[in-house]
Design a protein around this ligand. Structure first.
Ligand SMILES: *[C@@H]1O[C@H](CO)[C@@H](O)[C@H](O)[C@H]1NC(C)=O
Ligand SMILES: *[C@@H]1O[C@H](CO)[C@@H](O)[C@H](O)[C@H]1NC(C)=O
Ligand SMILES: *[C@@H]1O[C@H](CO)[C@@H](O)[C@H](O)[C@H]1NC(C)=O
Ligand SMILES: *[C@@H]1O[C@H](CO)[C@@H](O)[C@H](O)[C@H]1NC(C)=O
Length: 318
């Protein structure tokens, strides 16, 4: 009898622990949904889908704790990607505040952020436009000592026809288009306008910052990439299709799944360093400050051209 009672007591406490755990997950979901998809009327409808991503993140972070992987993941805005397309659109348009304390404890041999030549992290879908403008911003700031933002709208209108899609697969490096156009207007001289999509002059007759030329890194050469980075920040293209990158939180990113030739996203390379024998590149992304390490990512360096980081890199010469 006592044995049976004991057995029941164990069963009850076991399911109680499970229930508490479920409650924890549920409250995490409610916290996440009120932050990332506050406009959704019936968030519980998405709970099961969200939970799959949650389980993946928990498992990955368990692997991180036991040293199997060198980066961690978080339930950020992209945890909504498996939900319906309606949610994705609205989530993408949201500015996500950074409410996390970051442990950015990685040393750098080069870090252009410390030189005052990098503009703040943005939240925008078109990475090739932003990486290019960022690279021009930095090149001009290094040359003149003044960080003056140039126009992303102009690059979008004049080089991509307002369509972000063609992307880094284009034969032409994006800098070539800006060079052909005679350079770039300052952001204040070619401000953002909704759906204009027509390439025009800088306003009030102000002149463009000319782009003398651009330099392409030898395909796949991380050595060349490091040499270029000593001069200035560099535009890099990567394969961003592994879902783990979207959920990246911190650490040195690497993936067995990403390719060195399928390039679908651009970043601004701003530094490199090493820690505990692991080398990494420091890149600025355009997925907001709430993603990654305050908007930045460390990508494994000297690891066989991880995710194609050295496959299609270039920088503007101003
Ligand atoms: C965690 O590591 C195990 C063992 O290497 C692996 O089978 C599993 O796929 C990993 N999980 C994730 C989410 O990466
Ligand atoms: C993680 O870093 C350690 C050194 O700190 C290294 O030995 C290991 O190969 C790295 N793991 C991965 C998956 O890159
Ligand atoms: C690689 O991609 C496949 C298919 O997208 C996925 O099932 C698998 O978990 C991925 N592996 C890793 C290590 O991320
Ligand atoms: C880089 O070289 C690889 C083969 O080594 C090739 O498949 C790829 O298209 C090249 N990439 C670029 C951007 O030229």
């Amino acid at each position: 009898m006592i044995r049976l009672l004991l057995f029941i007591a164990v069963l009850v406490s076991f399911s109680k622990a499970e229930e508490e755990q479920n409650n924890d997950v549920l409250s995490s979901f409610l916290k996440w949904s009120s932050h990332y998809i506050p406009h959704v009327k019936d968030p519980m409808r998405h709970y099961q889908t969200w939970k799959k991503t949650w389980d993946y993140v928990q498992e990955h972070n368990g692997n991180h704790s036991s040293g199997l992987v060198n980066y961690s993941l978080s339930m950020n805005q992209f945890a909504a990607l498996q939900l319906d397309p309606h949610i994705i659109t609205q989530t993408h348009n949201q500015i996500i505040p950074d409410d996390r304390k970051e442990e950015f404890e990685y040393p750098f041999d080069i870090d252009w952020r410390t030189k005052g030549v990098i503009t703040p992290v943005q939240y925008d879908g078109c990475s090739q436009v932003l990486a290019l403008v960022d690279a021009v911003n930095s090149a001009v700031a290094i040359k003149t000592g003044h960080l003056v933002p140039f126009s992303a709208e102009e690059v979008s209108d004049c080089c991509f026809g307002c369509i972000c899609d063609p992307g880094p697969q284009q034969a032409d490096p994006p800098t070539a288009c800006v060079k052909r156009n005679g350079g770039l207007c300052r952001d204040i001289d070619y401000p953002y306008t909704t759906n204009m999509c027509m390439c025009h002059e800088c306003i009030d007759g102000s002149v463009r910052q000319p782009i003398q030329d651009y330099h392409n890194i030898a395909n796949g050469s991380e050595k060349d990439l490091a040499t270029a980075l000593k001069k200035q920040p560099v535009i890099v293209a990567i394969d961003s299709s592994d879902p783990s990158l979207k959920l990246y939180k911190s650490g040195i990113y690497s993936s067995k799944n990403c390719s060195a030739t399928h390039l679908d996203h651009m970043l601004l390379l701003v530094g490199y360093g090493s820690k505990d024998g692991e080398d990494y590149w420091l890149c600025k992304n355009c997925w907001g400050e709430g993603w990654g390490m305050k908007g930045y990512v460390l990508i494994a360096r000297n690891k066989n051209n991880m995710c194609g980081i050295a496959s299609k890199a270039s920088y503007p010469i101003v």
